[in-house]
Design a protein around this ligand. Structure first.
Ligand SMILES: [Zn+2]
Length: 446
């Protein structure tokens, strides 16, 4: 007996099993690699897309039917840089079409300002509950404790090889999916992290430790570089006047100026090293844009904030106040322009870009901010909508080596977003969500 979908907005689909058939008819399917759009019927069975065919050629006997006429289908989205501090985030991700996230770690036991994650024990419990169908949320890859030389209290110190071994032991016990390095890590420790990561079959990703060359860090095997911050910006800044303005905006001392010297004019080597090592970059434009939006009232009082822990919202307000007090607005916008140019340069060089919002740090909104990341890539950095969409779909799945994810093709997992308007003609249409499907389950329908 066929069931037509007439469900209320934001239905929670706890009772939907993945063992039924779902038929979506007449939908404009976007090929995420080529941008080609083909009107098709799609059959989903047991979490998998089993058939894609011309409209009207499939027997219409599925349990559930969605009429996709005039709608567009894209693979579901990934946010590749988040810090989860509350279970409310999980539903927000799904409702925004984000069915996969990379949690970039930290270890707090209760929400703070949003910039680091709950400890692995909580996230692992949720992962287990999700596997058992007791909880709904995105596919979750976690970093656990950060490895850092900064002495940050909730990171693990890696100031020598012995400490690296202890840190690995802890993170292995915590069943992390990858290792995240933070900053100020001595070179001997960095090498040991690379060695142990390889030994245990884990990727290591993260920030850049000063004063090392980015190209050397990439050659050690760091798989992704998070954020576009000083080492990257300075490596690519050719104009000495611009460089001087950045250093002034960052309040650089004479000592700091010496540290950046090796990075300068290193851009060609950095590009080569990214390519040679097939490394990725997560620009996290959305979190860095927060620096410029201290008076963006609709964003500051966005309704999603009502669902977030109070401490996260307080963190956002504190950040906005400090940004609003910043005396160097010209420096801030120069810095933003340099950052956007760099994202475009990486895209033109075909270096792998990953969409990551750094939610909910500095006011990021779980789920929603991933869309903003895509908007910024298109509207500020000049990527095409297709290129931006790839950074949140097919690229993350390549990054994680997930063979049957990230595309709309027969044999692939049915993680899909149905949109009422074409995102290739306007990237903002990624928010025109009609349905979110994860593992063949309809998680949202309106
Ligand atoms: Zn982060």
């Amino acid at each position: 007996m066929m069931r037509h979908f007439l469900l209320p907005f934001f239905i929670l689909c706890f009772s939907c099993s993945s063992n039924h058939d779902l038929l979506i008819t007449n939908v404009s399917v976007i090929n995420i690699e080529t941008g080609k759009v083909t009107v098709s019927d799609i059959v989903i069975k047991d979490s998998i897309i089993v058939k894609i065919a011309e409209p009207g050629t499939i027997a219409n006997n599925a349990e559930t039917h969605i009429d996709g006429s005039n709608n567009y289908m894209i693979p579901a989205l990934w946010d590749m840089h988040v810090h989860i501090q509350d279970s409310s985030y999980l539903r927000l991700f799904l409702d925004h079409g984000v069915t996969g996230v990379r949690d970039m770690g930290g270890c707090v036991h209760k929400p703070t300002d949003g910039c680091e994650s709950l400890c692995a024990e909580y996230l692992n419990q949720w992962k287990s509950d999700m596997r058992l169908g007791k909880m709904r949320g995105p596919r979750l890859f976690i970093a656990g404790y950060l490895l850092s030389g900064t002495g940050w209290p909730t990171s693990l110190s890696v100031s020598n090889k012995e400490e690296v071994a202890v840190a690995f032991q802890q993170n292995l016990e915590d069943q992390v999916d990858f290792i995240k390095v933070y900053e100020k890590i001595p070179w001997e420790s960095y090498k040991e992290i690379a060695r142990l990561s390889k030994l245990h079959g884990l990727d290591f990703v993260g920030h850049v430790s000063e004063p090392f060359l980015l190209s050397d860090i990439l050659d050690l095997g760091q798989k992704s570089i998070e954020h576009i911050r000083e080492p990257l910006l300075y490596s690519f800044t050719k104009d000495s006047l611009e460089l001087e303005q950045f250093m002034m905006a960052d309040g650089y001392s004479e000592e700091d100026r010496k540290i950046v010297q090796p990075w300068l004019h290193d851009s060609e080597r950095v590009v080569e090293a990214f390519k040679r090592n097939q490394a990725w970059i997560t620009p996290t434009m959305a979190v860095q844009y927060a620096r410029l939006r201290y008076n963006d009232e609709p964003w500051i009082s966005h309704p999603i904030r009502d669902q977030l822990p109070e401490s996260v919202n307080q963190g956002m307000h504190a950040h906005m106040e400090s940004m609003s007090a910043s005396m160097d607005k010209k420096g801030d916008s120069l810095w933003w322009m340099a950052l956007t140019k760099l994202v475009k340069r990486f895209s033109m060089e075909e270096i792998g870009l990953l969409a990551g919002s750094d939610t909910a740090c500095e006011g990021g909104l779980p789920g929603y901010s991933l869309h903003e990341e895509l908007f910024l890539m298109v509207e500020e950095a000049g990527l095409s909508p297709l290129e931006a969409l790839q950074t949140a779909t097919v690229n993350p799945c390549r990054f994680f080596n997930l063979k049957k994810h990230g595309k709309i093709a027969e044999g692939y997992y049915a993680d899909l977003v149905l949109l009422t308007n074409n995102p290739l003609s306007n990237i903002r249409n990624t928010l025109a969500i009609k349905a979110v499907i994860q593992n063949g389950n309809v998680e949202r329908f309106n």
